[in-house]
Design a protein around this ligand. Sequence first.
Ligand code: G4P
Length: 528
Amino acid sequence: MSLIDEISKRRTFGIISHPDAGKTTLTEKLLLFGGAIQEAGAVKSNKIKKTATSDFMEIEKQRGISVATSVLAFYYKNKKINILDTPGHKDFAEDTYRTLTAVDSVIVVIDVAKGVEEQTEKLVQVCRMRNIPMIVFINKLDREGKDAFELLDEIEQKLGLNVAPLSFPIGMGSDFKGVYNIWEQKIKLYFGDSKQRIAESEEITGVDDPRLVELLDEETVTELKDNLELVEGVYNPFNQEEYLNGNLQPVFFGSALNNFGVQELLDCFVEIAPTPQPKEADVRVVYPDEPKMTGFVFKIHANLDPKHRDRLAFVKIVSGTFKRNTPYFHTRLKKNFKFSSPNTFFAQKKQVVDESFPGDIVGLHDTGNFKIGDTFTEGEMLQFKGIPNFSPEHFRYINNADPMKSKQLAKGIDQLMDEGVAQLFTLDLNGRKVIGTVGALQYDVIQYRLEHEYGAKCTYEPLNVYKAFWVEPEDENNAEYKDFKRVKQRYLAKDKYGKQVFLADSPFSYEMTKTKYPSVKLHEKSEF
Ligand code: G4P
């Protein structure tokens, strides 16, 4: 098969949601359709149980298992579908942000009763920034929830989306009767009460099918017709180009648990979702059909075997064909690497792969050389963009608790930061090290891993920082920037890559600094 054919077959996407909306259940049902798993309940391991929030060891253990579910691939209608796992747990939000740099589209799952929740809002914001095509799946229709129109309004307002319903529910909760499929102009009816797990559904040709009145009642049919009229009148019709540009988001309704509305979602997805997309690098844009291989590391999974510090770097192939035992150029280290056993992922199995294509993810074994964002090419000097660091939400000084082990501590911190566990800042004033994290739990994880994997001990000290801002001066030599550096010296630090960062201690101080030094730009992420 030609490279173009391989590319046109691939769909690489992520499912995002607030915890408990039904991401795991939906993933599982999609895999069932693809024949990749045979029974429900097989994908549970990619979920960090909510009961474990205070037990970081348990969470790490579960994350360890989740290497198998980092990428779930299956075939459906002759398409190769790669689902990239995005952890829902708040403390691992950075992992999810980074995974979003490797997807070509996303499905957003929303709980019909809870509506738009905090985590969904944050993740959708990141997707919107990057114009990632999104499909919305409103889940748990077998339960009482919000009115469909109210929910669509909420999605438009809170998430800033422009929705195009491609299905519409008939009733809800105990009164849930089915879904009208606007995309295919069909109806699927739902039998069985909400306590029953497997629902049988019956297909009907359209809203004017006379059998409908027999199966539903007249009142319900009239209401459905009214609703569909309203949908047509109020919302934009579906337009694939607008969806692909990130300007329009199709919406489906269903119940993942009951496997209702899922196939409709999948059938539409394989038809409209984007094939692997071009990606911007520092010197040019790279297109998937270029013959030469390029790819980038978006995730590093460590701790497969704590004794060996074995790591698996997940690389998304952007262009060309990736081949086993072929030297590839690592553009940051300016060095060639050859991989004798690159892994591919199929369903929940890892296997050695000879060839991979754009859109695919390969797992490369690494002994500590690679960092998130690293680029591989066939010799060209380029670095993919779009894998920024976001400001952490928690900050603490890190101290060495065992002076005999300072080398081990430095190495441990260095490698954990490469994995993207947290961010390290070094204060300009006195060289003290500050660890910034998205979730407070990460401090325990770091302390534990430093001790068990590197034999180093650390303690933390509180530090009052509101947010980190990456500094972009208009001119490094102008008087205003010099004044900024002198006055704010106490709050300045370098990130791991030596970039200048301003650690604002309050929103007020951030605002004041912006006003006082208008030529010094302060960014909330490391790429600008
Ligand atoms: P997550 O990955 O987004 O965190 O959510 P997950 O799929 O684990 O679903 C969260 C809970 O919601 C699960 O129940 C799941 O069974 C339930 N659920 C998912 N889809 C539906 C649906 O369409 N209808 C209904 N009624 N429930 C749904 P749990 O009790 O937390 O877990 P479990 O004990 O059932 O595994």
